[in-house]
Design a protein around this ligand. Structure first.
Ligand SMILES: Nc1ncnc2c1ncn2[C@@H]1O[C@H](COP(=O)(O)OP(=O)(O)O)[C@@H](O)[C@H]1O
Ligand SMILES: O=P(O)(O)OC[C@H]1O[C@H](OP(=O)(O)OP(=O)(O)O)[C@H](O)[C@@H]1O
Length: 186
């Protein structure tokens, strides 16, 4: 790969099981590093269910957007469709690092699309996840059980991965994450 093709901002894909704290850590990192762009996803989830700020669309609207090439990457999980707007390429092209809540299933595909692709892998113990999902109360008990059943998924090989444990207080996770994400000066 040439130096020119490695220019631009980093696409930082935040992954980890449900309840691990992806959205909370992302919000904290954005506060700590205001230059970091938070990517707003398009999701076929009812609007205003809390947590992240997203664009809620219907399944048919989502399908039209796919046909129109509105997404850089899209995937399906938890019975929902998720899309990353193609406009993220504009942000990256300006040299802006972009932070986005991602699927572990979509990492391999994304690594081929984005020249500077980094995975921020958030981890926590199973009991921490169960407790946090119950407290968040965005999903039903049945949906929470399904999410916990698929909590443990291996990451594909060959990616640049930064791992960050979030069992302790959120401010500690954010401070460590912000330090780990500081751009490397050459
Ligand atoms: N370090 C932490 N300590 C305590 N609670 C946390 C911490 N990180 C996240 N939470 C809480 O856990 C729940 C799940 O976090 P969230 O950011 O929605 O996770 P995810 O996006 O990975 O599903 C939320 O209610 C959030 O406020
Ligand atoms: O392939 P996986 O890595 O398991 O990820 C599947 C989906 O789970 C998360 O969604 P969402 O943010 O809606 O759910 P969560 O907050 O419960 O993690 C993540 O953003 C993916 O869209």
């Amino acid at each position: 790969m040439t130096l020119a093709s490695k220019s631009g901002g980093r696409l930082i894909a935040v992954v980890g099981p449900s309840g691990v704290g992806k959205d909370s850590v992302m919000a904290g990192l954005h506060e700590a590093i205001p230059d970091l762009h938070l990517v707003r996803r398009v999701i076929t989830r009812a609007p205003e269910l809390g947590g992240e700020d997203y664009d809620a669309v219907s399944v048919s609207q989502f399908e039209t957007m796919v046909e129109d090439g509105a997404f850089a990457v899209h995937w399906r999980a938890h019975g929902l469709h998720y899309g990353i707007p193609i406009t993220v390429k504009y942000q990256l092209g300006k040299g802006t690092d972009c932070l986005v809540n991602f699927s572990r299933k979509a990492l391999t595909q994304a690594a081929e699309i984005f020249p500077r692709f980094v995975v921020l892998n958030i981890t926590a113990k199973p009991e921490t996840l169960a407790h946090r999902l119950a407290a968040r109360a965005r999903e039903t008990d049945e949906e929470i059980s399904k999410r916990l059943a698929v909590a443990d998924k291996p990451l594909p090989a060959g990616l640049e991965v930064i791992s960050l444990a979030n069992d302790g207080p959120l401010f500690q996770t954010i401070a460590l994450g912000a330090a780990l994400l500081q751009p490397v000066s050459l």
